[in-house]
Structure formats: C-alpha cells, structure tokens
Write a protein that binds this ligand. Structure first.
Ligand SMILES: [Ca+2]
Ligand SMILES: [Ca+2]
Length: 437
C-alpha cells in the first residue's frame, strides 16, 4: 500500500514538472467551435466576421471591411501565453491592412485601427501588411501601448508609439480562401514583465523570434482579434486561439482581510457578485476543483452537442440527396411513360388510317365487282344470243367451247384485279408501320 502511495506522489510531482501551464478554456477557441447565434462560446463576433466550421473569417479579400472577435471574460492572471493559428493573404502578391491582437482594459467598439476603436487602453500587437509610410518595411509586426489618450496615426505604420517590432513576412501570397493546410502560427507571452513574440509564418515549425521587450501591462484585460481592409484587400482568417496561464486564475482574487458583513436588504455591487464564487472557493476546500470540473463538463457537453448537430445536419443532407434522386427517377419514369403513350397514340392513328384505306379498297373492289358482274351479265347475254344463233346455223359443239373460253377470261380478269389491289394495299400498310416503329 505504501508503495502505491509513493508512485501516486511520484506521478503527481512528475506531472507538475512536465507542464505547469493551465489551458484556459474561457479565453480560447479551436474547431469544432461551440457556436451560438452569431458567436462562439466566450467570444463575441461583430462587423464583417463570419464563423465557419473550420476557421473564423474576420475579413474577406473585399474592400472596406472591418471584423472583430472579442473575448467576453477578463483574463485574471498576471502572466499569460497565447498561441494562434491564422492566415493573412489573398491571390494577390500584396494586401492590406492587417490584423491586431488586443489586450485592453475594456472591449472597444469598431473603429479605424485595424477594425478597432482608436484611443484604446492597453496593448495592441499589430500585424501590418500595408506600407503606408513607404519605408519598405512591411509586412511588419509591432507592439503599441496606449493609455486611452493618444491617437493612432496609420500613415506612420505605428512608428510614433511602438515599443517593440520586427520586419517579418507573415503574409501568404497566392492564397485561396478556405485552404488551411499550413496556417501561420504565433506564440505571444507576457511573463514577469516581458512581452515576447515568436512567429512561424509558413506553418512549418520554423519559428522566428520577433521581439522581446519589457513593458507593464495591467492585469484583468480582454483579449480581442480584429482586422480591416481598405482600397487594397486581404483575407484575415483565424483557425484557433489558445490561452495558457502559469497560475490558477483564482489566485488574483484577493481575500478580504476582515470578514465583511453583508446586509440582506442592501443591493450587492456587481463587482462583489463576481468575486463571491472565488471567495467561496477559498473558504471551502474542493469547491474550486468541483466548479472547474462542472465548467469543463459544460464545455465538453457543448462540444458533444455541436458535433451531434453537425452529424444531424450531414444525415439530413444525405436524406435530401436520396429524396431528390428518388424524385428524379420517378419524373424520368413518368416522362418515359408519356413518350410510350405518345408512340401508342401514333400507332393507333396509323391503324385507323389503315382501316380507312382498307374500307376505301373494299368499297372500290365492290364497285369493280359490280361493274365486272354487269359486264359478265352482258357477256352472258351476248354469248347466249350468239349460241342460239350458232345452233340455228351450224352445230352445238364449237359454241360450247367458245362459251367456256369467255367464262375463263372473265374469271382471270377478276382474280388479277383482286390480287394486285390486295398486294399494293398490303405494301402500303407495311411501309407506314416501318415509318413509325
Ligand atoms: Ca500599415
Ligand atoms: Ca511601413
């Protein structure tokens, strides 16, 4: 049993030594995003910002766009580190204006400085693509502090106020939107009063140090990412933003030195409401861990729910496809049936025409027969007369032969007429059927 406890202790010490950073879900996002109506969990989107499945577009490569994405929770740790995967680029070999990462006392509105309001209070790290002062130093990255009093002059590319910078081409030329195979990466940290920036422009883990500078940044700011385009344009896209702290976030809350009496009837100040969970966490051991666990489960549940919605969407789209295919097959079958009905109708018409022709032929034949019969009667009369005359004149035998000869020729003519009419009519019917088959 003692050996088991020893191993647990060893593992705990080892885990602490391996990574003492804390990933802060409340200040981070990465795909799949936990989405709200037009924002994502803990982040507020505005302006031209569009949230897609795999990336967030602050601006497209279109003129005069301004997009913002602001964290809705203050960072309550003195030291922090953020990593971001992003793309700035377009099909053109140059673009504008760039994007900025902010850490400000309040969340500014939309404005003229990379899509955010001027005279901000806090830190701005600008990724400036357009060379406004034509000094040939862009794309460049620079850090600017503002106390809320100074106006930012975009024509100087931050030179009047920057305290750290580097000239580094983080831009992706010939970039097609939605292709995030190799997004750029950055690592921005503020530790022990030093702001440090490293950039992996091509996403190939070739990290470059941009700057490392001493600066005082007030704790309790909001993270934000904004971007803008002007007459010249660029896609500004963010894939993920992850925040880490080195101390547990609740350590910045101060425990009151004297117990405070809270009257039930008094209105509780807003700031006090914010502090209460932390103070409670301090006073009750285990509550803090429980709250963190609840929050973590809440996020996991939201992620699972979003994934389910995506799956449901995929299934609905699959069902739509199947329904469309079935409808297409049914409509093809109906069209085919219509064609067959049309062909049958034509055949019936042909058959009717044939019957009409047959009736005409039969009528004609009966008239011909009448005529032939009349001729036969006339011929019989003539023969009879001739026979009688012959009997009277010479003998019986020759006349009988002649009368048989007349009968044969009459029968032959009738047979020939019937045969040829029948043959011609038959051929005409066969020809018509061939034409419609
Ligand atoms: Ca510029
Ligand atoms: Ca410049």
């Amino acid at each position: 049993m003692h050996v088991l406890w020893f191993f647990v202790l060893l593992q705990t010490i080892f885990a602490i030594n391996v990574d003492s950073r804390y990933h802060q879900l409340r200040h981070s996002f990465s795909p799949p995003y936990v989405r709200g109506d037009s924002s994502i969990l803990y982040w507020s989107a505005s302006g031209s910002t569009l949230i897609n499945d795999e990336y967030i577009s602050l601006t497209r490569a279109e003129r005069s766009q301004k997009g913002q994405l602001w964290n809705t929770r203050r960072v309550e740790s003195k030291d922090w580190e953020v990593t971001m995967r992003f793309v700035v680029g377009s099909s053109s070999s140059w673009g504008a204006d760039g994007l900025a990462i902010w850490y400000t006392k309040e969340r500014p509105n939309e404005g003229s400085v990379f899509g955010s309001e001027d005279r901000w209070q806090g830190l701005g790290v600008m990724f400036d693509t357009f060379d406004n002062d034509q000094a040939g130093e862009n794309p460049a990255i620079y850090a600017v502090m503002n106390d809320g009093q100074t106006t930012y002059d975009a024509s100087l590319d931050g030179k009047h106020k920057l305290f750290a910078h580097c000239v580094l081409n983080f831009r992706t030329s010939n970039y097609e939107p939605n292709s995030h195979k190799y997004p750029s990466q950055l690592r921005l940290s503020y530790f022990d009063g030093v702001l440090h920036l490293e950039v992996d422009s091509r996403g190939d883990h070739n990290w470059e140090n941009c700057f490392s500078a001493s600066v005082t940044i007030e704790t309790g700011g909001y993270f934000g990412i904004t971007a803008a385009t002007g007459g010249v344009t660029d896609n500004h896209e963010i894939v993920s933003f992850n925040t880490f702290t080195y101390d547990s976030p609740d350590t910045v809350y101060t425990v009151p030195s004297q117990p405070q009496r809270v009257e039930v009837a008094d209105p509780v100040p807003e700031k006090e409401i914010e502090r209460k969970p932390s103070n409670l966490a301090k006073s009750l051991p285990g509550v803090d861990a429980f709250m963190k666990d609840v929050e973590s489960r809440q996020v996991q549940f939201s992620v699972a729910l979003t994934t389910r919605f995506h799956e449901l969407g995929s299934k609905m789209s699959e069902m739509d496809k199947l329904t469309n295919n079935a409808l297409r097959e049914v409509s093809t079958a109906v069209l085919d049936l219509n064609d067959k009905i049309e062909v049958s109708q034509k055949n019936i018409d042909v058959l009717k025409a044939d019957l009409d022709s047959l009736s005409a032929v039969v009528l004609s034949l009966s008239k011909t027969l009448e005529i032939v019969q009349k001729y036969a009667q006339d011929a019989a009369q003539v023969t009879e007369t001739h026979y009688r005359l012959n009997i009277e004149k010479s003998g019986e035998h020759d006349s009988l032969v002649e009368s048989h000869s007349w009968g044969f020729w009459i029968f032959f003519i009738i047979f020939q007429l019937f045969f040829w009419i029948n043959l011609l009519w038959g051929r005409s019917v066969v020809e018509k059927r061939r034409r419609f088959d």
